[in-house]
Design a protein around this ligand. Structure first.
Ligand code: ADP
Ligand code: MG
Length: 373
């Protein structure tokens, strides 16, 4: 079929022609072409009308407006083009991290370790809000509490049930759309337990292998503070796609954060970036952020160590209350300063992971050509 339009006759529009025109359009966060990244899984042609499906690398992607603008501009260069119909989907790609000999958890595409040099900086709070924000965006998310010394996920997610077994595996609990596992669901919270190296390794192993996680786009792993047995076991057992380092603005916390960062760099785990938590204080009756500890430390540290800065989260009563009531602030008060700040952190983490996944060598796409034509 060929159509005549306007002054001159135009040849029939082909999918190949559309793909060629789209080739220069970039995913702005990854800095590579949509076509090259496999983000255009489908092109539909009806006469001079074009339909394009764009598959974003994460459902929380901030790139949609820029991609849509650039894609429409590129298509507009096709002579006598009719309508443009853009369909959006998202598919999270797997990123195995730096360590290649560790065995990934079956069905889990990305593992995110949330770490810090010291306790009380808001690691668990970041892990919980990160997981819930990703799940709310439509991703399949798990949250594994590996802080065997002080599990806080049950409280922060508002669940105290005992997990059940199915086909010899532990079934994760679910809250706010997130699959959860924590030693806090299994043990009496008032019983003090002393965990020693081999026992920690065994427990972490069970969390990874004996839990029926199902298919997950992201598994967020809440770590105990520091660089101890849990961290070592984890980086040996599974490829960690990336580490998120949580710090507060004080210099001492930053020094601790750098220790955590170095540990992951030593075992070749990609650093997704630094989050500065408790970055200033937002009082209940005003919108102003008061800088109690100074500001910008997390940002500077990220720059000095050449890792991304993932955002700052102020101190707000709603965060602590949400944590204590099992309602993470991204779900309970998404429009609050901290709700928005955590959503931004989640977006940056997902974007960094997408960039990591894109760095992996891609399988060559099979090019189908008609022989003899
Ligand atoms: N941005 C914040 N604003 C207010 N309270 C916070 C904030 N971040 C964390 N908290 C509170 O501080 C305490 C310690 O946070 P937590 O996430 O348990 O730290 P960590 O896991 O690093 O030990 C918790 O009571 C938590 O609710
Ligand atoms: Mg914690």
């Amino acid at each position: 079929m060929s159509t005549t339009h306007g002054a001159g006759a135009t040849t029939e529009l082909t999918k190949e022609q559309v793909i060629e025109v789209l080739r220069p359009v970039q995913e702005p966060e990854i800095g590579r072409g949509l076509v090259e990244l496999g983000m255009i899984p489908d092109v539909r042609i009806h006469g001079r009308n074009v339909g394009v499906t764009v598959e974003l690398p994460t459902p929380i992607s901030p790139s949609k407006p820029a991609i849509e603008r650039d894609l429409r501009a590129a298509l507009a260069t096709i002579p006598d083009l009719g309508t443009i119909d853009v369909t959006w989907t998202a598919r999270v790609r797997a990123s195995g991290g730096g360590k290649s000999d560790a065995q990934p958890i079956k069905g889990v595409k990305n593992t995110i370790a949330v770490a810090s040099g010291k306790g009380g900086v808001g690691k668990s709070t970041v892990a919980v809000n990160l997981a819930v924000a990703l799940a709310e965006a439509g991703a399949k998310v798990g949250l594994l509490d590996t802080d065997v010394y002080g599990p806080s996920i049950p409280l922060m997610m508002g669940l105290h049930d005992k997990p059940l077994m199915r086909n010899g595996k532990i079934v994760p609990l679910e809250a706010h759309g997130v699959q959860l596992m924590s030693i806090g669901f299994i043990l009496d919270p008032n019983k003090a337990l002393i965990w020693r190296g081999p026992l920690v390794a065994q427990l972490i192993n069970q969390f990874l292998n004996d839990v029926d996680w199902g298919d997950l786009d992201y598994m967020v792993i809440d770590l105990p503070p520091g660089t101890g047995d849990v961290q070592l076991t984890l980086v040996q057992k599974i490829p960690i796609s990336g580490a998120v380092i949580v710090t507060t603005p004080q210099d001492v916390a930053l020094a601790d954060a750098v220790k955590g960062l170095k540990m992951f760099q030593e075992v070749k785990t990609p650093i997704l970036g630094i989050v500065e938590n408790m970055s200033g204080f937002v009082c209940d009756n005003c919108d102003t952020v008061h800088q109690i500890f100074g500001s910008g430390g997390g940002h500077r540290t990220a720059e000095e160590h050449n890792v991304p800065f993932l955002g700052e989260v102020p101190i707000q009563t709603a965060v602590r209350e949400g944590g204590d009531r099992g309602k993470p602030v991204v779900a309970a008060a998404p429009d609050s300063a901290t709700g928005k700040a955590f959503a931004y952190v989640a977006e940056r983490v997902a974007v960094q992971l997408a960039a990591e996944a894109a760095r992996k060598p891609r399988k060559p796409t099979i090019m189908l050509r008609t022989v003899g034509s």
